[in-house]
Design a protein around this ligand. Structure first.
Ligand code: ADP
Ligand code: MG
Length: 435
């Protein structure tokens, strides 16, 4: 059995959806299909999920909703008509519109993109439709409830020879809809693969797999043929958004491989994501580079910090007081740096700094916002002589000012902090030096 998840660009129009159909029908084993909501058809197009968020936002502020709603209706009726289907999608749309106007929650609104697309796709393929709300569950804190899901979903799948399960959402104990974070249809696909005990989880998108760097930054980057779950998670979390970083967890235990494939080039073997790579040693070069913008780095300096018992705890207590978790925390003898996303820290940065001064009594506290962090990932990379030397030489040659380095405990990555404006330049420089 293969579970096939298709991303938004693979299902953005009738033309793309027909490519999906051809792929699914080419292999008997493709019994379960997990669709996303229709994505962008062209560069400045708007994803249906974003239209739904806007619709919900307008409705909850009692603003004009008709025009946004009409755009959503058009997306689905165009697809339906161009595919020559007879399903009355308008009836489902009207129900959704009514629900949103009468106070349905934001997650409900967002999830309808996948729900409505799933109905169309099930109709087109002649597959059964399974509403994810009936088979995928979250706990009262809003976290994914693996135990409950795996007690219900496998049995539900067995009742269907072939079925479509829309991505991105499930339900809370109170019956309300809850979504994963953006890009979360990748997680649904992984959950369905686990529940179906699939041999393979195929994740179909608009690129031929994982590249060694973001193709929007580096021209024609090399493809990664095989990558481990751990490296994948590291790269995905750090900005290689091809696959949601949490999508490895559901398949981890069952060791189901994930194959990232290109809907527009189905013959391409794509990237295989597997538990561990055998027979490939530490002599390998790097696996990939990924990064993201808009972080704040706080650097706390105090002479003798390394011998002061409880200093780290004091710093963490300050963060905790403002409900902040951190992304990275590189340390040296006399400094600790803390990396937090700008959006999470912006509202409380001044109070936090005051708190750090009061509690930790540091010599100095320095704050840099608008920073980008870039991870260079590879198995056992740190034991390879010269990788970091080359990396830093390349950044210096490109006149990139490195503001933070974290090469501490993880043996599979080196992280550098640079200014947002230097981000693309830095990624290119690292790529050209190490690939
Ligand atoms: P989908 O809608 O199919 O889920 P996404 O937009 O979530 O697709 O992910 C695919 C996109 O990820 C690509 O189009 C590419 O722009 C971007 N991307 C970022 N980093 C990488 C990378 N290292 N390799 C390939 N694609 C990447
Ligand atoms: Mg995606």
């Amino acid at each position: 059995v293969k579970v096939t998840k298709f991303g938004g660009s693979s299902l953005a129009s009738a033309e793309q959806i027909l490519k999906m159909k051809k792929i699914v029908e080419a292999d008997e084993a493709r019994k379960f299909v997990v669709p996303s909501a229709p994505g962008k058809r062209f560069k400045d197009d708007v994803k249906v999920t974003d239209l739904l968020y806007s619709l919900h936002d307008a409705a909850s502020h009692f603003e004009e909703t008709e025009e946004i709603y009409r755009q959503i209706v058009r997306r689905y009726t165009d697809i339906r008509d161009e595919l020559g289907l007879s399903i009355k999608i308008e009836d489902y749309l009207e129900k959704v519109y009514e629900d949103i106007k009468t106070g349905a929650n934001e997650d409900y609104a967002a999830s309808r993109g996948e729900y409505l697309n799933g109905l169309l796709i099930a109709d087109l393929l002649g597959y059964d439709f399974i509403d994810a709300a009936d088979v995928i569950f979250f706990d009262e804190n809003g976290g994914y409830d693996a135990k409950k899901t795996l007690s219900i979903l496998p049995g539900a799948l067995k009742l269907h020879e072939r079925a479509v399960v829309p991505g991105f959402y499930g339900s809370l104990p109170n019956g309300k809809i809850r979504t994963f974070s953006r890009g979360g249809s990748d997680i649904t696909g992984s959950i369905v693969a686990r529940a179906a005990n699939a041999d393979l989880y195929e994740n179909w998108t608009d690129v031929s797999g994982f590249m060694m760097a973001d193709p929007r930054i580096v021209e024609d980057p090399k493809k990664i043929d095989v990558v481990t779950y751990r490296e994948l998670r590291e790269l995905a979390y750090m900005g290689a958004t091809v696959l949601h970083e949490d999508s490895i967890f559901p398949v981890l235990e069952a060791a189901i491989p994930i194959n990232v494939k290109n809907t527009n080039d189905p013959e391409n073997s794509g990237t295989m994501i597997i538990p561990a790579v055998e027979g490939r040693g530490e002599a390998d070069g790097i696996t990939g580079i990924a990064g993201k913008k808009n972080f704040t780095v706080i650097t706390i300096e105090k002479d003798g910090m390394n011998t002061e018992i409880g200093f780290g705890r004091k710093v963490l207590t300050c963060l905790e007081k403002f409900g902040l978790s951190f992304e990275h925390m590189p340390t040296s003898i006399d400094t600790i740096s803390i990396v937090v996303a700008d959006v999470r820290i912006r509202h409380c940065i001044e109070e936090l700094i005051d708190e750090i001064h009061a509690v930790c009594q540091p010599d100095s506290v320095e704050v840099s916002s608008n920073m980008a962090i870039i991870a260079t990932v590879g198995r056992g990379m740190i034991r390879q002589v010269g990788v970091s030397a080359k990396l830093f030489a390349a950044l210096a040659d490109s006149h990139v000012n490195v503001r933070m380095i974290d090469q501490g405990s993880s043996e599979i990555n080196i992280i550098v902090g640079v200014e947002n404006d230097d981000f693309e330049k830095a990624v290119k420089a690292i790529y050209n030096a190490l690939v």
